[in-house]
Ligand binder design. Structure first.
Ligand code: GTP
Length: 609
């Protein structure tokens, strides 16, 4: 059974070392789930004395007024043999064998947080005592409840102490040691009042009656101790601690315990209860109760730990890897993050994520309707056809077919396709930029590193800009190519013009009759339509080749090359993550270690059963 309490002691020790004891953490803490025993009561009710009696050691700061100003988490570890010693969590591996020095250190450590004032703090002091003369227990000494603030204390201190005490004892796993002095009316006991509030059925409250020896002559506590008045679920335990005079005379704990035993055995009122009175009995009762409580809580603890591990792993995953110390590691990390971004970007284009389909929308809708909107009316008006053909003839009207005229007409018409071509390139560019922005947002690895995020975004935008320019050049070249060499077969298959008509005596532009001009115009239109039909398919090919395929292939290539030339310090700047995230990651890692260790400890105990 000792192993069970040892287990809880170990877990609590780990929690304290990691500051994992409640409020500050957003995750459910192991601390909350571990059974503890807290000592509560009014100021000077004898809490510290009870604690010392249970431990059998004189080590707590004493004095009048408010002495306990920070919670003291006291873990008692029974050792088989050897000299007893104490160890503080804030002074690891410093073993105190002089308990007067322990008392001094508690005072000093209290002052370190609260200053030499009468203020209080909820940050606990953690102390372990290893001794052959103790039972395995964890006890928490809390500041005494008070009714008024004294000089040097803020007005809120009464409420502050009450809130702090409540925050410890309201946890369902806390066993409450409610200390009330027998020489005061129990109806006014602060300990009973606050413990009733948090444990109305008294299922985890142990009533301890101190100062029985100080009761007025002719009065006794038998009614309470026998459970006839102020009944609690567990029987009251009476104790007689050292009086101030005993302390002043340096009466040691062993002598004090003997005196206490004698007191109960020799008092006619209490001798029949002597076997279930006193500090020693209290220690055993508490230890037994704690053991059974821990046993019943093991399955719950296990599932809490398993769940916490899962949650912490998810959190750690979300926070990403810690930053490597050397430049090689940093470079690798940046490359990995960039690769994750690149992958996300590709997934958008490949249809694994949404967005890439918009590119197809440009080819299928925007381009055809823009081409359709080009009416070629202006270029192929009768007037313009006549003008261009006549001008192209030069000094000699053409003999068979207006070849130069056709060329000029076709060229001047095809040029109008350049505008929608450029618009397609621009539209695809905008889509790609949008996908970069989306991918940056979706790459969780980038979230922690704002400078790297900006650099990656700029590098990707720059690449897209270069690709856009190249794509424009290539697509416009397609149009130029159509202008520079006409499809011979088309013209070979045209019926030869015979009747050109016209009136040579009028203006030079009347050289050809309307029917002839109309026929030339419609031939040009037919040819242009044929070319548009081809471009409608070749422009998307060119755009995909120069922009989409290239973005998929080498969006960050240049960035990677530049990265290789950067020094460790510059790389470090890129990975300059939000310090809050670094802190959160460190805390999560620590907590995860704690929970994993706890999982092993519990498994060992369960298997050993
Ligand atoms: N005679 C006698 N004196 C006691 C008993 N218990 C405590 N005292 C004395 O009462 C005074 C206060 O005891 P503490 O144990 O310091 O009380 P506390 O509740 O821890 O005090 P704070 O931490 O300041 O709230 C000391 O002088 C003790 O010697 C007792 O059972 N009998």
């Amino acid at each position: 059974m000792d192993t069970l309490i040892n287990l809880v002691n170990k877990l609590q020790k780990a929690c304290t070392a990691l500051g994992d004891f409640g409020e500050e953490s957003s995750l459910p803490t192991l601390w909350d789930a571990l059974p503890t025993i807290a000592v509560v009561g009014g100021q000077s009710s004898g809490k510290s004395s009870v604690l010392e009696s249970v431990v059998g050691k004189d080590f707590l700061p004493r004095g009048s007024g408010i002495v306990t100003r920070r919670p003291l988490v006291l873990q008692l570890h029974k050792i088989e043999e050897g000299k007893e010693y104490a160890e503080f969590a804030h002074l690891p591996r410093k073993w105190f064998t002089d308990f007067a020095a322990v008392r001094k250190e508690i005072g000093d450590e209290t002052d370190r947080v609260t200053g030499r004032t009468k203020q209080i703090s909820s940050v606990p002091i953690y102390l372990s005592i290893y001794s052959p003369n103790v039972v395995n227990l964890t006890l928490i000494d809390l500041p005494g409840l008070t009714k008024i603030a004294v000089e040097g204390q803020s007005d809120s201190i009464v409420q502050d102490i009450e809130n702090m005490v409540r925050s410890y004892i309201e946890k369902p796993n806390c066993i409450i040691l409610a200390v009330s002095p027998a020489n005061q009316d129990l109806a006014t006991s602060d300990a009973i009042k606050i413990s009733r509030e948090v444990d109305p059925k008294g299922e985890r409250t142990f009533g301890v009656l101190t100062k029985i020896d100080l009761m007025d002559k002719g009065t006794d506590a038998v009614d309470i101790l026998e459970g006839r008045s102020h009944r609690l679920k567990f029987p009251w335990i009476g104790v007689v601690n050292r009086s101030q005079a005993d302390i002043n005379q340096n009466i040691d704990m062993i002598a004090a315990r003997r005196k206490e035993r004698e007191y109960f055995f020799n008092s006619p009122e209490y001798s029949h209860l002597a076997n279930r009175m006193g500090s020693e009995h209290l220690g055993k009762v508490l230890s037994r109760h704690l053991e059974s409580l821990i046993k019943s809580r093991i399955p719950g603890l296990q599932s809490l730990i398993n769940k916490a591990i899962l949650d912490l792993e998810t959190e750690l995953n979300r926070l990403g890897n810690p930053i490597a110390a050397d430049s090689g590691g940093k470079l690798y990390m940046i490359m990995e993050i960039c690769r994750a971004f690149d992958q996300t970007f590709k997934e958008h284009l490949d249809g694994i994520r949404a967005g890439g389909e918009k590119v197809y929308g440009v080819f299928e809708n925007q381009l055809p309707s823009a081409l359709k909107r080009l009416q070629f009316d202006k270029q192929l008006s009768m007037e313009n056809v006549r003008k261009l053909i006549t001008e192209a003839d030069g000094y000699q009207p053409h003999l068979i077919a207006p070849e130069q005229g056709y060329r000029r007409l076709i060229e001047s018409t095809l040029v109008t396709i350049k505008l929608p071509t450029e618009a397609v390139v621009d539209a695809v560019h905008d889509i790609l930029r949008d996908l970069v922005r989306k991918s940056i947002k979706e790459t969780k690895e980038l979230k922690n590193y704002p400078p790297l995020k900006v650099e990656v975004m700029n590098a990707a935008y720059e690449s897209l800009e270069r690709m856009k320019n190249e794509s424009k050049r290539a697509a416009l070249q397609l149009v130029d190519m159509e202008c520079s060499y006409l499809t011979v077969d088309f013209f070979r298959n045209l019926p030869q013009d015979v009747e050109k008509g016209g009136n040579p005596t009028h203006s030079i532009y009347d050289r050809y009759n309307d029917a002839y001009i109309r026929r030339v115009g419609s031939n040009v239109l037919a040819y242009v339509h044929m070319v548009v039909g081809t471009l409608r398919h070749s422009i998307p090919k060119s755009v995909v080749y120069c922009q989409v395929r290239e973005a998929k292939r080498s969006l960050l290539d240049r960035f990677f090359t530049e990265l290789g030339a950067k020094e460790g310090r510059q790389l470090g700047k890129l990975l300059d993550e939000d310090p809050e995230i670094t802190q959160r990651r460190q805390n999560t890692v620590k907590r995860l270690e704690l929970y994993r260790a706890a999982q092993c400890e519990i498994d060992t105990v369960v298997w050993a059963k």
